[in-house]
Design a protein around this ligand. Structure first.
Ligand SMILES: Nc1nc2c(c(=O)[nH]1)N[C@H]1C(S)=C(S)[C@@H](COP(=O)(O)OP(=O)(O)OC[C@H]3O[C@@H](n4cnc5c(=O)[nH]c(N)nc54)[C@H](O)[C@@H]3O)O[C@H]1N2
Ligand SMILES: Nc1nc2c(c(=O)[nH]1)N[C@H]1C(S)=C(S)[C@@H](COP(=O)(O)OP(=O)(O)OC[C@H]3O[C@@H](n4cnc5c(=O)[nH]c(N)nc54)[C@H](O)[C@@H]3O)O[C@H]1N2
Ligand SMILES: [Mo]
Length: 718
């Protein structure tokens, strides 16, 4: 039967004063429709015709619409007129955009005159559209001319990116579309709390079992997916590399290697085979704490499955060997040839709504649009020609996110333009990071709510939320999708791209930016800038995205439909067309438990909050469901420390301390404690975390450090 065209397309005018705007959620980028009445957002509806999540929504998604007209919105630029109140929300006054721009231009120019171009820095985030991410990179390099730009993806997906680049020569987070995943025979999921962090994908995960397939979960905690999995490998935090090597050894020893695939399409097999030999089930068990039988069973299930998908997330990646972990788990797919065909492959669960696109187009210290490299003179030339600057004018690569705080502390960097990130909660080793922020000569923060980081700013600029602007983001699958505008900006707030265009004019760089009058103008320039890079978006027009329900990159021309499956032709992106199987010696976490700090601390998320919590702590329903952080402790450990459920304990590491309510649960290892990181100020677990960085991705080790707890003495009422 032919579907009625009217019903297929009824997504705009519903009633004269009510509309449904088809868009995607601000948090993880899944689809929904925003309901508006007389041009004001009043609710959301699921969209069942969206192929990826088929109308599924999560607690954050159903309340995301409440952000836009929230009472806490910043309505006008704020200027700090009392420097002694730096580090608090006080001491600001409202100002006009003109006054704010003048003050910023004056201070930025003064700093650059006195201390050089590189005395300024840009720290950004990937909750922004591709267009904004692209323009932020151009703004840093062309308008400010500084080498110091980096972004919150360094704390999120940089290890996945590094691992994929090394293994495949290309970094697209999923080698296959999500619509394939439930049809596989085995899902091997490491370090992902999928049910809480990607709830709208859960129906596909459960469907694997319902169709007779297997689920294997690797996590120190018994998360909801671990509970229902066929096998839960409950490893010690920070030991994934040993586990992956141990499983690979068994896959090879037990004849599951696909010799033809390995010979024709990969390098590095023989040396990897030699290296992993020592990782017998017993030795692997010693290193990881996982029983040998479970390791053997995992290799058997994965090895025998006709199709299998290896998936991982931050549990694996946020380690000081995150890149090695990613390549080590990817080895499983390459050795068995379970990649480059439907229903098999490797995927990382993307973090933020634009975690994928946001890392491809120039916010990273060493990258330019289209995933071009700042270290490659040809790439630099291409982008310079496009922007109309000379290669000499292009700044050199800078440093990673955390290292920028080190340079601030050393007064190498004196000014900061922060947008779309809240590092005063989300960066590791907070005591140091907050000191670095406080010591800046001049700081600008663009946000729609006053964040913990804005407390350190001299000027705060009111940005718009996701639903007051339009543009594209690239979702978990590598599919470029369209965010649509549902409401005019509240107060005097402006989209970040517009702020950058106007600021560039004040800085005397208008000729490179003034032609950008609308979000569509930025989009057209952005697509052009990616042309010829391997993350080529040039054919992904807004029309095509609308018609096809998204476009997978690479998409190189108007008539290219895009690339849902990677490597179907068995061609990888290294110059010889082969993938790399990597021989990776084991390294323990940077900080191992000892007498004084005998516990392993790991950190992560809960379903009700998002990242630093600056958005979700303001939504009443979400706040009520989880108003404060907690520390998960195993009953036997609690017994040892004589602590009870809901009692308060002081948790401390070599870097800092905080007091948390105890949640006693058997769903955690006895040697490990877990705290969610969505809270600020004295509640932030990042006061305790370690800034041990991965040598390649510069990712901090959020997932493992040594800690101790003690009961807090109850203060006597005076
Ligand atoms: N509700 C909610 N959803 C989110 C987000 C959010 O803040 N809230 N954030 C989004 C973003 S930006 C991201 S990056 C993703 C993150 O998604 P996930 O990576 O799934 O989230 P995390 O809770 O950080 O960590 C996942 C799991 O890793 C486990 N883990 C800890 N240490 C180790 C280890 O050493 N090895 C292994 N194998 N596992 C370990 C933890 O116990 C945890 O269950 O979620 C996205 N979705
Ligand atoms: N201990 C520990 N720490 C972690 C992690 C962990 O697992 N454990 N995970 C890390 C990970 S994966 C991530 S992704 C980071 C994220 O950490 P952050 O980058 O701090 O993430 P957000 O809380 O999303 O911060 C975004 C800020 O920008 C604002 N914002 C949102 N959209 C826009 C926009 O379009 N424009 C502007 N101007 N502002 C906007 C929001 O209100 C918010 O204040 O945290 C990392 N930190
Ligand atoms: Mo993330």
């Amino acid at each position: 039967m032919q579907r009625d065209k009217f019903f297929k397309e009824v997504q705009n005018v519903v009633h004269p004063n009510e509309t449904l705007v088809k868009t995607h959620c601000s948090y993880c980028g899944m689809n929904l429709r925003v309901n508006t009445k007389t041009n004001k957002i009043i609710g959301v509806e699921p969209r069942y015709s969206w192929p990826v999540t088929v109308g599924k929504m999560c607690p954050k998604g159903v309340t995301a619409y409440q952000q836009t007209n929230h009472d806490d919105r910043i309505l006008k630029p704020l200027i700090r007129d009392d420097a002694s109140l730096k580090g608090t929300t006080k001491g600001f006054r409202e100002a006009s955009w003109d006054e704010a721009y003048d003050l910023i231009a004056q201070n930025f120019q003064k700093l650059q005159k006195e201390y050089g171009k590189d005395s300024l820095s840009v720290f950004s985030g990937v909750s922004m559209t591709n267009e904004k991410c692209y323009l932020t990179g151009k703004f840093a390099r062309v308008a400010l001319g500084t080498r110091y730009i980096d972004y919150n993806g360094r704390f999120c997906m940089s290890s996945a990116a590094g691992g994929f680049l090394r293994s495949f020569g290309v970094d697209r987070g999923s080698t296959l579309p999500w619509t394939d995943i439930h049809e596989t025979d085995c899902l091997f999921i490491a370090g992902s709390n999928t049910a809480e962090c990607h709830p709208t994908s859960m129906f596909r995960i459960w469907n694997v079992q319902e169709r007779g397939g297997y689920i294997i979960v690797v996590d120190p905690r018994e998360t909801p997916i671990a509970r229902r999995a066929d096998l839960h490998l409950d490893l010690m935090p920070g030991t994934d590399l040993a586990l992956a090597n141990g499983i690979l050894n068994l896959l090879i020893q037990n004849g599951f290697a696909d010799e033809q695939f390995v010979n024709n399409h990969t390098n590095g097999f023989e040396e990897t085979k030699e290296l992993v030999k020592q990782f017998t089930p017993e030795y692997t068990s010693e290193l990881t704490g996982v029983a040998p039988e479970k390791i053997i069973r995992a290799a058997e299930i994965y090895g025998k499955a006709p199709n299998a998908v290896v998936m991982f997330a931050r549990g694996v990646e946020q380690q000081h060997k995150g890149v090695d972990n990613v390549s080590a788990y990817t080895n499983m797919a390459l050795v068995t040839g379970k990649i480059g065909r439907p229903k098999s492959g490797v995927a990382t669960f993307t973090g933020q709504g634009n975690g994928q696109g946001g890392r491809e187009h120039g916010q990273k210290s060493d990258l330019l649009p289209g995933y071009r490299k700042l270290t490659n003179p040809e790439h630099v030339k291409e982008v310079c020609n496009f922007w109309g600057i000379t290669p000499e004018e292009m700044p050199k690569p800078g440093v990673s996110a955390y290292e920028m705080f080190e340079l601030m502390d050393q007064k190498e960097i004196r000014g900061l333009y922060l947008l779309c990130s809240n590092p005063a909660v989300s960066a590791p080793n907070q005591n140091f990071v907050r000191k670095a922020l406080k010591g800046l000569d001049f700081m600008v923060c663009s946000d729609f709510y006053l964040s913990e980081s804005a407390e350190f700013a001299d000027v705060v600029l009111p940005a718009v939320t996701w639903s007051e602007d339009e543009g594209t983001v690239t979702n978990i699958e590598g599919r470029i999708i369209k965010i649509n505008k549902a409401q005019e900006p509240v107060g005097e707030s402006k989209p970040d791209w517009q702020i950058q265009v106007e600021l560039a004019e004040r800085l005397g760089k208008g000729k490179y930016f003034s032609h950008l009058k609308t979000a569509k103008d930025v989009a057209d320039e952005f697509r052009g800038a990616t042309k010829g890079g391997y993350a080529d978006y040039s054919g992904a027009t807004w029309d095509k995205i609308e018609k096809q329900d998204g476009v997978f990159w690479p998409c190189k021309s108007e008539d290219d439909p895009g690339t849902p499956h990677m490597f179907l032709d068995k061609k990888f992106y290294h110059p010889d067309g082969k993938a790399k199987i990597c021989a990776l010696p084991y390294r323990p976490p940077a900080e191992e438990p000892d007498e004084n700090y005998p516990l392993r601390l790991t950190t992560g998320r809960v379903v009700f909050h998002y990242l630093s919590g600056n958005q979700t702590r303001r939504i009443k329903f979400l706040y009520d469901m989880c108003p404060e952080p907690f520390v998960e402790v195993h009953p036997e450990t609690a017994e040892k420390y004589k602590i009870k459920h809901e009692e308060r304990v002081r948790l401390f590491t070599r870097r800092g301390e905080a007091v948390y309510k105890v949640k006693i649960t058997e769903a955690i290892r006895k040697d490990t404690v877990f705290v969610p990181y969505h809270f600020g100020h004295e509640d932030s677990i990042n006061l305790l975390t370690i800034a041990a960085l991965d040598p390649m991705s510069r990712m901090p080790e959020f997932k493992a450090c040594a800690a101790q707890i003690e009961k807090v003495a109850v203060k006597k009422v005076q």
